[in-house]
Design a protein around this ligand. Structure first.
Ligand code: OSB
Ligand code: MG
Length: 369
């Protein structure tokens, strides 16, 4: 593939409702949309870095810098045969996985369009639908949380994840479990605890949760292994797993029993695939996490989640759960059985609503060879 030019669009989109986690409240979601032009085709990618360095150290501004000054120039110098080759060429750029993942995604979209093949097929997925759930942010009170969860159950979501933080954990989970005794329920702490403060989470073992996601620090596999030895509920790691090497070490250490896979967090779909393959070989369940993506990232998540190792429902909700206006013409809807259809068109299988993209855009640049 010869890359002729690359455009970056810094987008800011108003969420339909603010999304609050242990690291902060998001009202407007940032991302960078990439357009890679190659021989009359254009591939789209989404970089999921947000405005604030709350979930990870990357922000939309650091990603803009890394993309403009380091990653895109590499793309423009030499022809590429496949998305994985891009990763080999930028191996000298330390970190910044979300910036790299945005480029890799656009290259997969291009490859699919060239070959007339969907991303799902390129990745080796088969399922026509994938099971999904919804991730519910912190609410002002347990009563309001129960009401919000009830609303999503009415819409048809069959798996609920609630965000927790110290002081807003066991009480909230208990309230939801009492109100809905039989639902599939899990919690996500986004690193808000220490091994010491996580002792307060022990009563969660009585609530029949699917898993507890990322209770401790991102860089703390060891204490997660100590915590997992003390609680029955499976620990699932999100922030801690940045590569297949981390995944292997976490599993060897007993730091988790489940892994949340996000292509953005691990530097791209090829690394996501490697983690999936490692977990499948060891019978470790994985599921597809979300970063409040636009239709572009959502299409990619659906394709990824259709691989056979994704045996737990993903954080891939319907388009209308996130934004009043999305940037793709396609909107993803929830089926009555709590699944969403996997796109089957070439590449990502989505087309861009250019006027909507322009409305969401704070800044755009085009880089040429
Ligand atoms: O930790 O999984 C997370 C959103 C932004 C950053 C981190 C996380 C999340 C979510 C939402 O939980 C998942 C989604 O619906 O996209
Ligand atoms: Mg998480």
């Amino acid at each position: 593939m010869r890359i002729d030019r690359v455009s970056l669009h810094h987008l800011r989109m108003r969420l339909r409702a603010p999304f609050e986690t242990s690291f902060g409240k998001t009202v407007d979601r940032d991302c960078i949309l990439l357009e890679i032009f190659s021989e009359a085709l254009v591939g789209y990618g989404e970089c999921v870095a947000d405005q604030d360095p709350g979930y990870s150290y990357e922000t939309s501004q650091t990603a803009w810098h890394i993309l403009r000054d380091f990653l895109v120039p590499v793309l423009l110098t030499e022809d590429l045969s496949e998305p994985q080759e891009f990763q080999r060429r930028v191996a000298h750029v330390r970190g910044h996985p979300m910036a790299k993942a945005g480029v890799e995604l656009a290259l997969w979209d291009l490859l699919g369009k060239r070959q007339g093949c969907s991303l799902q097929v390129l990745l080796g997925g088969a399922a026509a639908q994938v099971a999904v759930g919804v991730s519910v942010g912190l609410q002002p009170s347990s009563a309001e949380l129960v009401e919000v969860v009830g609303g999503y159950l009415d819409q048809g979501y069959q798996r609920i994840k609630i965000k927790i933080k110290p002081g807003r954990d066991v009480g909230e989970a208990r309230a939801v479990r009492r109100a809905f005794p039989y639902i599939r329920l899990q919690v996500d702490a986004n690193s808000a605890y220490t091994l010491e403060s996580a002792k307060s989470l022990k009563p969660l073992d009585e609530l029949d949760l699917l898993l507890i996601e990322q209770p401790l620090s991102e860089d703390d596999l060891w204490d997660h292994s100590c915590l997992q030895a003390q609680i029955r509920t499976p620990i699932c790691l999100d922030e801690s797993i940045l590569s297949d090497r981390h995944a292997r070490q976490a599993l060897e250490m007993g730091a988790c029993r489940v892994i949340n896979i996000k292509a953005g967090r691990v530097g791209g779909l090829s690394q996501a695939l490697a983690i999936h393959n490692l977990c499948l070989a060891q019978n470790v369940p994985v599921w597809c996490g979300g970063m409040l993506e636009t239709g572009v990232g959502r299409a990619a998540n659906l394709a990824l989640a259709s691989l056979p190792g994704f045996t737990l429902p993903g954080d891939i909700s319907a388009s209308d759960r996130y934004y009043a206006e999305d940037i793709t013409h396609q909107r993803f809807n929830l089926n009555p059985d709590s699944t969403i259809d996997v796109p089957s068109g070439s590449g990502l299988g989505v087309t861009i609503d250019i006027p909507a993209l322009k409305r969401a855009s704070l800044d755009s640049i085009t880089l040429k060879a």
